[in-house]
Design a binder for this molecule. Sequence first.
Ligand code: PMP
Length: 423
Amino acid sequence: MLDRTGTPRGLPPGLPRDAALRERARRVIPGGLWGHMNAARLPEGYPQFFERAEGCRIWDADGNEYIDFMCGFGPMVLGYRDPEVEAAAAAQARLGDIFDGPSARLVELAELLTETVAHADWAMFQKNGTDATTACVTIARAATGRRKLLVARGSYHGAVPWCTPSLAGVTSEDRAHLIHYDYNDAASLRAAAAEAGGDLAGVIATAFRHDTRRDEEMATPEFARAAREVCDAAGAALILDDVRAGFRLDAGGSWEPLGVWPDLSAWSKAIANGHPLAAVTGADWLREAAAAVFVTGSFWCNAVPMAAALVTIRRLRDTDAIPHMAAMGERLRAGIAAQARAHGVWLRQSGPAQMPMILFDDDPEFAKGNLFVTEALARGVYLHPWHNMFLSAAHTPADIDRALEATDAALAAVARRFGEKGA
Ligand code: PMP
């Protein structure tokens, strides 16, 4: 097994089943696991394999229980195995999931999304966030007959050649029509638009800056308005990549509080509480182009995830689920801030409270961050050292207070190892 820097390291002690599964996986799965869930990206001691989940708790393959602050990297939003969502999914499963065409759930869900999402006149469905962002780009190009796409440097939009972070297997042609700007920098966005000239098809932006390994930044109103203006001036499509933040910040779309409507939004993660589903919502002027492109997949019309999404989206819209997540995130944030002060450890907590990032000062190699999360993990709390985390509606004040007991001990360990001020 290799760590993040490519150095071999031992299998995690105390996780014998996990270690055995990794060993078997290493033989039959390239790299032991693809992508973001490869636990080799995490400090030693993190499990890779899980057995069970309920509410805000997960159990690893060795039976250890954790309060989870990753929520499956975002899809879990109401709680693992939420009874109401699972009842709707099970009722649909009894009728059938896949047919020779969609079920009525498809129409019901498109109606629900267009009623709920402020800018949406229509909706289409896919499986993964990458399907949705890629469909948005394709629709923008089809509608405008142009090629250039403005993309923020470092933003993640998925794992296909036009956007994957690794260049392995990617050709320069795959990236030929991307022009980069800096997130939240209106001047760099305008400069990128000027470079695109008459060939500008669209601008894509995440809901806020949630790149890994750096502080999160909310989108500034100036930046969002500049993105809208650039697209209006050019007749190009403004694409909001709401895959990660969608329905955690605002049920109407993450830029609703900014008063800026995108032309297209990409959704996935939280829309079906863990059932596989993605969506594109769009404005009327893109309807014809959206009908003209050929985007589809064998599982894109499956009815079970749509039944789950109908319950999930209504609950997120009509109950206090989103303010509750924010309040639980604030409780965690305030508790950790007080603990950090008490232990003399300097750390930064950024982003919306329900999608927090915690990074330590003077920690270029994440030594403090890794120690912090490892100590919390040993006390039954699953955190991430350099990716944004996720709160859910299933986290209770008691869960947060229990998690804070673990973070207190973990910050004490950071103070002991790195000294006063964590320096
Ligand atoms: N866009 C953003 C902002 C994301 O966070 C992600 C997934 N992390 C994607 C797109 C791609 O989604 P998926 O992994 O479901 O393809």
